[in-house]
Design a protein around this ligand. Structure first.
Ligand code: GZL
Length: 321
């Protein structure tokens, strides 16, 4: 059968259009990111969620967002749902360090790259995730410890510390404790006389501080809180016990959220170590790099500082979270 010129031209045009279409269609196809968030337990988390949502919008990335209400099983369910939906990339902030290998192997088998943000996981197989971006929590604990050692350098007697830990088993709780103790162990006058989780929330922080005050009241010289929300809850408990926060009890905290600056300006919190939640833009650029076939560093560390109450008023207007 011979093709006449017209049929041949039409056939070539159709073929080239067809060849072009998938490319054109692909160019329009949005990257789809599945993100499993810890919950909404603190001011830090709210700012982190806002950063991720607004950065996805700015980057033109379709975001499937799930809030796990601080439950690991909800995060695992969400990751499985992202796999079933065949998203392009999965990212999450693991509520605790352990128990992720099975679901991460499922993502790997489905050839869906995973990015860890904010908190990391305990795994021997680091091929289960492409990159971990977030703060160095051990260094945050060291910064808190160094500030206290400096503050108490002329203190002769014992310095009794109570500690409000973050969520049990979470990377920030484990590492902030580790870093703080690494620094204060150099001087035996520093004693952690009570340590308990306040689960990173204001309510639990207040409740546990009430118990500390009931047990040790006037003996307490310092409160070390793993985040500002628990410190703010504890400040309420200290005031209700008729004591002066930041004066009768020195208070050290971490995150440097707005609530912490307000407490420092009010003279109720001595210092907050910065832990930036603004990971959204970095995450979206990593997602685009992954889709473009680029390699990412295994570890991306967020640069941070420390804010004593003396600088709070001048720094507050510049804060972005
Ligand atoms: C730290 C983050 C912690 C914050 C808390 O990166 O995981 O979780 O310090 C938050 O405020 O709840």
């Amino acid at each position: 059968m011979t093709l006449n010129r017209r049929t041949l031209t039409t056939a070539i045009a159709a073929a080239s259009l067809g060849a072009l279409l998938p490319a054109a269609a692909l160019a329009q196809k949005k990257i789809v990111l599945g993100f499993s968030q810890v919950g909404a337990e603190s001011e830090w988390r709210t700012a982190n969620t806002e950063s991720i949502k607004s950065a996805a919008k700015d980057a033109g990335i379709e975001l499937k967002f799930s809030d796990a209400q601080q439950k690991q099983e909800n995060q695992i369910k969400a990751i499985r749902s992202f796999i079933a939906q065949k998203v392009d990339v999965i990212a999450f902030s693991p509520v605790v360090e352990s128990g992720w290998e099975t679901v991460l192997r499922e993502a790997k088998a489905a050839k869906i790259p995973v990015v860890l943000t904010d908190r990391s996981v305990n795994t021997k197989d680091d091929t289960l995730y492409v990159s971990f971006m977030g703060s160095d929590f051990i260094e945050e604990g060291r910064k808190a410890g160094r500030w206290l050692v400096e503050k108490m350098k002329d203190q002769k007697g014992e310095v009794n510390i109570v500690e409000l830990q973050g969520t049990v088993g979470s990377a920030p709780a484990i590492d902030r404790k580790k870093g703080f103790e690494e620094i204060i162990k150099a001087d035996p006058k520093f004693k952690i006389i009570r340590s308990q989780t306040g689960d990173f929330t204001r309510a639990k922080g207040k409740e546990v501080m009430e118990a500390f005050l009931k047990a040790d009241g006037k003996k307490i010289n310092v409160l070390y809180a793993h985040n500002d929300d628990m410190a703010i809850g504890a400040i309420q408990a200290i005031e209700e016990a008729g004591m002066k926060p930041a004066k009768d009890i020195t208070i050290i905290s971490i995150d440097a959220v707005k609530g912490a600056f307000e407490a420092m300006i009010a003279g109720k919190l001595n210092v907050s170590v910065e832990c930036s939640p603004l990971l959204g833009p970095q995450l979206m650029s990593a997602v685009k790099d992954i889709k473009a076939g680029k390699t990412l560093p295994k570890r991306i560390v967020t640069e941070e500082t420390i804010f004593p109450m003396e600088v709070a008023a001048q720094e507050f207007p510049k804060r972005k979270y």
